[in-house]
Write a protein that binds this ligand. Structure first.
Ligand SMILES: [Zn+2]
Length: 46
């Protein structure tokens, strides 16, 4: 299991679309954000 799941479900999971929940992250202007732990991944790093 991903370590992301150790905590709570945060608000992002409720705001995310089905597709985003399946991906596990939401897309923002400059970064992707994990909907579980709110970790951010800057675009261009991946
Ligand atoms: Zn995470």
């Amino acid at each position: 299991m991903n370590s992301c799941y150790k905590n709570k479900l945060n608000k992002y999971i409720w705001e995310a679309s089905i597709e985003e929940v399946k991906r596990g992250f939401i897309e923002e202007d400059e970064a992707y954000k994990c909907i579980i732990c709110e970790e951010e991944f800057e675009k261009g790093q991946v």
